[in-house]
Design a protein around this ligand. Structure first.
Ligand code: UD1
Ligand code: CA
Length: 486
């Protein structure tokens, strides 16, 4: 039995990405739930490498902090000056003197690359016992990319950068994707021979192919099954194009897994989201971050879920939700705003123009209209009337409100925290409650009503109201019914 070959992955992420025109390094730009470099690391994670090195340089502190968060196992290596892709790989290998077998090198800005393609490239490379294999693609517009130059027999001769290419070579539409597999010993040797004799005065990794070929070391091309996978990202227009392609790929995979997506063109699902079969996603919805949606739930239209959990059979309509747990068969929206710490029990209801934060609703509890619920526990089957405000903040401290099981809070109430409405208690509409209401009691703070007779005639004479009142009073005096006829 031969031993599994040792493998090292090197991701090149030291460049600034000038054309992004951004304070954020290019590889840290986000694309449906991961950064560009995060996607590349995910695709290369299954390469079977013992070590993954990421070459950092421009704003290396930011890039390293991100790597520590998303891929703590990788080794960042600093390339203080970006003298080219060949220089970057040389520095990476200096940090891995014991590396043997295969080195897989990936540009940090090819986020659509699939793990399967990386595996196929490695397989083609190792089974061919080559010095180097490049991932290539046939594209409609090769502008700006390195071209694959083959000899008459179709064998790879060299890779030529566009700016160093003749008109004849520029006409080639087979391009270098910036993803390679190398035999490490051959690579080290070829890297030591790189020159900077090119238009940019940089050490080009791509020159390694011509160097190996010239000494008879076999080099090869692996053509990507899907050219879109090889697309790089150099500016924001390309980033938007990649985002749309990835959106289509993600949506297609979910539809094939049993999710209904009514309008895939306006549905954006991060690669980190989890969905179950028979979920339905309606138009203009975004499912982001660590969001999960269970079977049979309906999300949208016009809904954004960030790091939120939706239970089976729930309905979430025209809602913005961040960090919320929505229970099974709960209903939310339209126009609801769920904030972190919101937890809705089974069949709970949050209706129109309701904002919740750090609020737990028990099974079947309802906040149907126009309310703010902050720092609250609401028991099962409790009903919170329209326009109720949980006043949780006194300007300095936040306090908690508890509403017990099946309590009934009348409309336009202020519950001034800390306060407790015990199970089965009622609160009269229009109250400002700051003392607890015991179980089974009615809490009421309304001032008694007083009607000042004849006030409109005295104080608002000549108005339409005065005229209407006069007619109504005359009809009452006549003993007849109030008539609306002119
Ligand atoms: C490179 C290839 C080109 C290929 C293209 C695919 C070379 C010389 N050319 O060109 O053939 O078609 O990718 O997208 O390799 N980087 C470093 N250190 C450096 C320079 C670059 O880490 O000193 C990193 C960048 O951050 C980036 C990657 O290497 O992630 C590629 O660099 P970039 O400048 O974009 O190379 P291209 O000119 O696009
Ligand atoms: Ca590039």
């Amino acid at each position: 039995m031969s031993q599994a070959p040792r493998r090292t992955v090197v991701v090149l992420a030291a460049g600034e990405g000038k054309r992004m025109k951004s304070a954020t390094p290019k590889v840290l730009h986000p694309l449906l739930g991961r950064t560009l470099v995060g996607h590349v690391l995910t695709a290369s994670a299954s390469a079977g490498a013992e070590r993954t090195i990421v070459v950092v340089g421009h704003k290396s502190d930011q890039v390293e902090a991100h790597l520590a968060e998303v891929a703590p196992g990788v080794t960042p290596v600093l390339q203080a000056q970006q003298n080219g892709t060949g220089h970057a790989v040389r520095i990476a290998l200096e940090a891995a003197p014991d590396a043997s077998g295969t080195v897989v090198v990936l540009n940090g800005d090819v986020p659509l690359l699939r793990a399967e393609t990386v595996a196929s490239l490695i397989e083609a490379h190792e089974s061919g016992a080559r010095g180097a294999t490049v991932l290539a693609a046939e594209v409609a517009d090769p502008t700006g990319l390195g071209r694959i130059v083959r000899d008459a027999a179709g064998n790879l001769e060299r890779i030529v950068e566009e700016r160093d290419a003749s008109a004849e070579v520029r006409a080639v539409r087979e391009i270098n994707a910036g993803i390679y597999a190398f035999d490490v010993a051959s690579l080290r040797e070829a890297l030591s021979k790189l020159s900077t004799d090119n238009d940019q005065g940089e050490e080009y990794l791509t020159d390694v192919f011509g160097i190996m070929a010239s000494v008879g070391r076999p080099v090869g091309v692996f053509v990507a099954p899907d050219a879109d996978e090889t697309l790089g990202c150099n500016d924001r227009a390309e980033l938007a194009r990649l985002r749309a392609l990835l959106r289509d790929r993600v949506n297609e995979a979910w539809m094939r897994a049993g999710v209904s997506i009514l309008d895939p063109a306006t549905t954006w699902i991060d690669v980190t989201v989890q969905l179950e079969p028979d979920v339905e996603i309606d138009q203009n919805s975004q499912l982001l971050g660590a969001t999960t949606v269970a079977a049979g739930a309906i999300v949208g239209p016009d809904t954004t879920l960030i790091d939120s959990t939706v239970g089976a059979g729930a309905v979430v309509l025209r809602t913005h939700s961040i960090g919320a747990e929505i229970g099974p068969e709960a209903t939310v929206g339209p126009f609801s705003f769920l904030r972190p710490g919101t937890r809705l029990g089974r069949k709970a209801k949050v209706g129109g123009f309701v904002e919740t934060k750090n609020a737990e609703l028990g099974e079947g509890a309802k906040v149907p209209h126009l309310s703010y619920v902050g720092d609250a526990t609401i028991g099962p089957k409790a009903n919170i009337g329209a326009g109720t405000i949980f006043a949780n903040y006194d300007g300095v401290n936040k306090s908690h409100t508890t509403v017990g099981e099946a309590a009934f809070v009348g409309s336009d109430t202020v519950l001034i925290a800390p306060v407790e409405i015990e199970p089965g208690a009622y609160v009269a509409a229009g109250s400002a409650i700051q003392k607890g209401v015991p179980a089974g009691s009615l809490g009421v703070t309304r001032a008694p009503q007083r009607n000042v007779e004849g006030w409109v005639a005295r104080k608002r004479a000549g108005t339409v109201s005065a005229a209407a009142a006069e007619r109504a009073l005359a009809e009452k005096d006549a003993g007849g019914e109030v008539s609306t006829a002119e």
